[in-house]
Design a protein around this ligand. Structure first.
Ligand code: 5GP
Length: 202
């Protein structure tokens, strides 16, 4: 059963904060890092595309649903012409094991000739991004860059070149907040946190 299908161990959790064990990155730290990333990405696209930026602006693609919040903030931190879109994936993995990945929602915009920036919430084994990069490259994207809010390095199985990373997570912790869920909850926390073990179903 994937985390998304797992019911909360204690359905009676009153406030979201009751389930939080430790805040890893608070709202201020996230907003500061997102502004830095947006400015850096904008500078890099300006350098890469020059005057072509207006005719063929980067297509910023969020991987839903986890990247919803990050995508919204990151776009607004990029002071250049851009378009946005999203894809939605489903992983049939059991628990923390990655499994077969299915594309639930493809781009609404043709990828052919586009400079695509993939925006991901957290990179774990790397299977999701591996699947998506192959999919977009096969559709003729002109360039493909990846921006991940969190790089959970210890669990990487597939080598993925991450162009931009917000934060490194050196431990094997399951985190929630700022778009990241556990059983569809906690996405609306403005910070990223680890949950109390008793909030996670065994
Ligand atoms: P990967 O394909 O890299 O193994 O998994 C990436 C996806 O797994 C993320 O987009 C996210 O949906 C989910 N994921 C991996 N680690 C975590 C975590 O610590 N917390 C949450 N909420 N989701 C995670």
């Amino acid at each position: 059963m994937s985390a998304a299908e797992t019911p909360l161990a204690e359905p009676g959790w009153g406030s979201l904060e009751d389930a939080v064990a430790r805040v890893l990155w608070d709202e201020e730290a996230i907003q500061k890092r997102v502004r830095e990333l947006g400015a850096q990405i904008a500078r890099d696209y300006q350098a890469l595309l020059g005057s072509a930026l207006g005719e063929n602006p980067p297509l910023v693609v969020g991987i839903f649903r986890g990247a919803i919040v990050f995508l919204a903030d990151l776009m607004r931190a990029m002071p250049i012409p851009l378009e946005c879109d999203y894809v939605q994936l489903y992983s049939y993995g059991k628990g923390s094991e990655a499994g077969e990945i299915q594309l639930l929602r493809d781009l609404g915009t043709p990828a052919q000739g586009r400079h695509i920036l993939l925006v991901e919430d957290i990179v774990d084994t790397g299977q999701t991004l591996h699947f998506l990069c192959e999919h977009l490259e096969a559709r003729g994207a002109a360039s493909l860059k990846i921006c991940a809010l969190i790089d959970k390095k210890p669990r990487r199985r597939v080598k993925i070149p991450l162009d931009y990373v917000g934060f490194l997570l050196e431990e094997d912790a399951f985190v929630v907040g700022y778009g990241l869920d556990y059983a569809e909850r906690f996405r609306n926390l403005p910070y990223v946190a680890a949950l109390k073990p008793e909030a996670l179903a065994p």
